[in-house]
Design a protein around this ligand. Structure first.
Ligand code: SF4
Length: 386
């Protein structure tokens, strides 16, 4: 007898409001995705169905080593097993809509999901200043939600509001699709694309386990960085996670008045609350870093630099300064090169470890969410033409 499926279906079609969105021409995914399951879960599934445990490893090899794109292609599984998998699980892939950029530059990928929603992922080539050290790594910047509810004032992803969380499989699929399209091996991942990763913590951690596992994408946990706008309760939860990924706090303001001006999340979790959660995280012998987007006339004063250095020293956190990427329709701009260097100098004079990122992709709508927004608005205009 077939065992009942015990795998979570997640919230594939649930919007922030709890309502389901209107039907689209793209067929919604109603079955759990095969790429959301761990090797252990697949092993249990096969065991419950009276099949050998090694079938599970065969499936993960097809998915993540041989990278096939249908159950039918799993040719060393019996036909009946393939048919059962196909009836119980979905095997969708994101559709590539656009690629911007060239081989030796930042490339931005726009994907359409099975339900028609658009998401962005970015492939960043080696950058000597990305994490403050020389690197020959290719980094993928991955989305975790469609849109974002956090509404940071400088960000294109928040401009259109929140639609839904990504499933674990949709997070993993971005990496599989980027590697397939680019022909390059990703060796570094940052969850800094569209969405607040910690607001989709369950699916994010499920995806990270698949990405990190030897039977999965086999990317070392130390090469995986989660970025958060500062969800204090979730940071405390991450402190007890066994996987040794890296955590980046998007600070972007060193005092409550400046931070609240550009990040509404600061009203819910002001700096005192956020930094206490960071203390708890660091107390578990985990390291974190600060991301700080430099915006002219907003957060680039000498006082902000001094205060930022104090926060960093308290947590032994490295600071990554990022000059602001202009977003169409938003008023903000990046400080002059002089001003950026001055900010960096103050941090270092106070004893903080800091780097200034040499920005890549400024000219290809690299700030997260921009390409999606442009494409979505164009498609809406076309659809509105009678
Ligand atoms: S910066 Fe991050 S958390 Fe803030 S609106 Fe953009 S995607 Fe959301």
């Amino acid at each position: 007898m077939k065992a009942p499926l015990a795998f979570p279906r997640g919230n594939v079609h649930k919007a922030a409001t709890g309502r389901r969105p209107a039907l689209s021409l793209h067929s919604p995914v109603t079955k759990p995705a095969i790429k959301a399951l761990s090797l252990d879960e697949l092993t249990q599934l096969f065991a419950a169905q009276g099949e050998s445990a090694y079938r599970a490893k065969q499936v993960t090899d097809w998915l993540y080593k041989k990278r096939i794109d249908s159950f039918a292609a799993m040719t060393d599984l019996p036909a009946a097993t393939r048919a059962r998998l196909a009836s119980d699980f979905s095997f969708v892939r994101p559709e590539l809509v656009r690629v911007l950029g060239a081989t030796d530059t930042t490339r931005k990928f726009l994907f359409r999901l099975a339900d028609g929603n658009l998401i962005e992922s970015v492939l960043i080539p080696a950058s000597p200043a990305l994490y403050g050290q020389t690197s020959d790594r290719r980094t993928a910047c991955v989305s975790t939600q469609v849109g974002c509810a956090y509404g940071c004032k400088f960000c294109a992803s928040g401009l259109d509001g929140f639609t839904r969380n990504l499933e674990a499989s949709e997070i993993v699929d971005q990496l599989l699709a980027i590697e397939k399209e680019s022909g390059e091996k990703i060796d570094n991942i940052v969850f800094m694309g569209m969405g607040e990763p910690l607001a989709n913590l369950t699916n994010l951690l499920r995806a990270i386990r698949i990405i990190n596992a030897p039977w999965g994408l086999e990317i070392g946990a130390r090469h995986i960085t989660i970025s958060t706008s500062g969800l204090a309760p979730q940071i405390r939860k991450l402190a007890t996670e066994p996987t040794q990924f890296r955590l980046a706090i998007s600070l972007h303001g060193a005092t409550d008045d400046v931070r609240s001006q550009i990040m509404p999340v600061n009203r819910k979790y002001p700096l005192a609350v956020l930094l206490e959660a960071c203390d708890a995280y660091v107390a578990e012998k985990k390291r974190l870093m600060f991301e700080y987007i430099l915006i002219a006339g907003v957060n680039d004063s000498d006082e902000q630099a001094q205060q930022l250095a104090r926060h960093a020293l308290r947590l032994s956190a490295k600071i990554n300064l990022i000059p602001y990427n202009t977003v169409e329709g938003l008023e903000w701009s990046r400080p002059s090169r002089n001003r950026q260097e001055n900010f960096l100098r103050i941090l270092r004079n106070h004893g903080a470890v800091a780097t200034l990122r040499r920005e890549k992709g400024h000219d290809i709508a690299a700030a997260c969410g921009q390409l999606r927004l442009q494409t979505k608005r164009t498609e809406e205009k076309v659809a509105a033409v009678p």
